[in-house]
Ligand binder design. Structure first.
Ligand code: AMP
Length: 419
C-alpha cells in the first residue's frame, strides 16, 4: 500500500514525502480511508505507531474538501478540535499539524496551561481552523468566550486513556457538551478499559474499530532487558552502562520528581550531561530541556511518567527505567518512546529487590518474560530484604499494586500534582 492510494491531496502527499515516509504504517493504512469516509473511529494504538499522522492527514484532507464552506462573521470558528492530555503532547501534535499541513492554508493554535493566556487569545482572535488543546486551559477560553467552538465538526481525543487517568473526564464532558451535535469523532487510546468503553459509547456513532498492536503488548522492535542490582548501586550501574556502551541519547524514567532531580545532579557530577523534565518545572524549562536533548546538547533526559507522555524523539535509541513504574501500563508507555515506527531501540530496567513484584506484574501485562542480566561486579547482595517502595509523597504507600497491577492505582500514581 502506498500513500498515493489513500486518497490524499497532492499537498499532503508532498509533505509526507518530505518527511521521508515511503509507506503508511498499519494504523495509517487502516484509519485514513475510514476517516475520509466520514466515519467515527475508535482506535487502539500506542504512540510510536504513526497514529498522529493517522489522524492528522485525513483531518487536513477533510478540511481541504470542505474549504468551499463559507467563513463566518465574528470570532472565526474553529473547525477541528484535538484534545490531548499533556502540554508536551499538545506541542507535538501541533508540530505534526504544521508539518503535514505546510502546503495547505489552514491555521492552527496550541492551547495549554502553565503559560500566559494572552498570546493564545491573540492567536485565536486572528482566526484558526484547528485547535490542539489540553482540557483545562480550553475550558478557561470557553468561559472567557475567547474561542468559538460553535462550528467544530471534527473532534479528536488523543491518548484518551491518559486523559481519563489524569482526571479529565468531567472537563472533557463539559467541552463536548458545547460542541455541535453533528460532527465526526475519533478516539485514540493505547488501552481499552471499561472507562474508555463508556466514554466511547457516549461519544462515537457506530464507530469503526481499529487496533494495530495488541493491547498492552510491548513494542516488538524494542529490545528489553532487566538488570538486577541493589538499590544503592543503581546510579553506579547506570553510569557504567552509559559510558561503557557510549550511549549518546538516553531517556531515563524515575518514579518521582525529586528522584528525577537527584539523579540528574548525580549524573552531572559523573560528567554526563543531563536535564530533568517533570511537573514542577516551568513550561519553558521543560521545553528547553526537551530541545537540548533532541539537539544532543544534553546526553540524558530524566523524566517522570506524566511529563514524558507523548514525547516524540526520532530514533531515540535508549530508554532506561531507573525505577520500575508501580503502574504496569506505564512500562509499556515508557518503552514505547524507543523503537518507534519500526526502528529498533533498547529499553533497560534497573530492578532492585523491592521492585520484584512490579516486575512480575509488568511481565503478566505484556505476556512475556523480559531477559534478565546479572552484570559482573553489580550482582545484588542476597542478604538484602525487600522493603516497601516509596511512591513519592504518599507515605503509607506500599509496593503491592492493587488489582494485580492491571488496574491503575489512582491514589498512588496518577494524580497530576504528584508528577
Ligand atoms: P506517533 O505514533 O504518531 O507518535 O509517531 C511516531 C513516529 O513515527 C514519529 O516520529 C513519526 O514521524 C513517525 N512516522 C509516522 N508515520 C510514518 C511513516 N509512514 N513512515 C515512517 N515513519 C513514520
Amino acid at each position: 500500500m502506498s500513500f498515493e492510494k489513500l486518497g490524499l491531496s497532492t499537498q499532503l502527499l508532498k509533505a509526507v514525502k518530505e518527511q521521508g515516509y515511503t509507506k503508511p504504517t498499519p494504523i495509517q493504512e487502516q484509519a485514513i480511508p475510514v476517516i475520509l469516509e466520514g466515519k467515527d473511529v475508535l482506535a487502539g494504538a500506542q504512540t510510536g505507531t504513526g497514529k498522529t499522522a493517522g489522524f492528522t492527514l485525513p483531518m487536513l484532507e477533510l478540511l481541504e474538501r470542505s474549504k468551499h464552506l463559507k467563513h463566518h462573521k465574528g470570532l472565526y470558528p474553529v473547525k477541528t478540535l484535538i484534545l490531548v492530555p499533556t502540554r508536551e503532547l499538545a506541542s507535538q501534535v501541533a508540530e505534526s499539524v504544521e508539518l503535514y499541513g505546510k502546503f495547505l492554508p489552514y491555521k492552527s493554535a496550541v492551547i495549554f496551561g502553565g503559560v500566559k493566556i494572552n498570546p493564545q487569545i491573540v492567536k485565536l482572535r486572528k482566526g484558526v481552523d484547528i485547535v490542539i488543546a489540553t482540557p483545562g486551559r480550553l475550558l478557561d477560553h470557553i468561559s472567557q468566550k475567547t474561542i468559538n467552538l460553535s462550528h467544530v465538526n471534527f473532534l479528536i481525543l488523543d491518548e484518551a486513556d491518559r486523559m481519563l487517568d489524569m482526571g479529565f473526564i468531567n472537563d472533557i464532558k463539559k467541552v463536548i457538551a458545547i460542541l455541535p451535535k453533528e460532527r465526526q469523532n475519533l478516539l485514540f487510546s493505547a488501552t481499552y478499559s471499561d472507562e474508555i468503553k463508556k466514554l466511547s459509547q457516549g461519544l462515537l456513532k457506530s464507530p469503526v474499530l481499529i487496533e494495530v498492536a495488541r493491547r498492552n503488548t510491548s513494542s516488538e522492535t524494542v529490545k528489553q532487558a532487566v538488570y538486577h542490582v541493589d538499590k544503592t548501586r543503581k546510579k553506579e550501574l547506570l553510569t557504567h552502562l552509559i559510558t561503557d556502551g557510549s550511549w549518546k541519547q538516553v531517556l531515563i524514567f524515575t518514579r518521582t520528581k525529586h528522584g528525577a532531580n537527584r539523579l540528574c545532579g548525580q549524573l552531572e557530577s559523573d560528567g554526563i550531561t543531563a536535564a530533568a523534565i517533570h511537573g514542577n518545572k516551568s513550561q519553558n524549562a521543560r521545553t528547553k530541556a526537551l530541545d537540548d536533548f533532541k539537539k544532543g546538547k544534553v546526553r540524558v533526559l530524566v523524566a517522570t511518567d506524566i511529563a514524558a507522555r507523548g514525547i516524540d524523539i526520532d530514533h531515540l535509541p535508549h530508554v532506561v527505567n531507573y525505577e520500575l513504574p508501580n503502574v504496569s501500563e506505564d512500562y509499556v508507555h515508557r518503552i514505547g518512546r524507543t523503537g518507534r515506527a519500526g526502528k529498533s531501540g533498547e529499553a533497560v530496567s534497573l530492578v532492585c529487590v523491592d521492585e520484584e513484584e512490579f516486575l512480575v506484574n509488568i511481565e503478566k501485562l505484556i505476556k512475556k518474560d523480559i531477559p534478565k542480566v546479572w552484570l559482573k561486579g553489580f550482582k545484588p547482595d542476597p542478604s538484602i530484604k525487600a522493603e516497601p517502595v516509596n511512591l513519592g509523597g504518599n507515605r503509607g504507600a506500599r509496593s503491592k499494586p492493587r488489582g494485580g497491577g492491571h488496574s491503575r492505582n489512582r491514589n498512588n500514581s496518577n494524580s497530576r500534582s504528584r508528577r
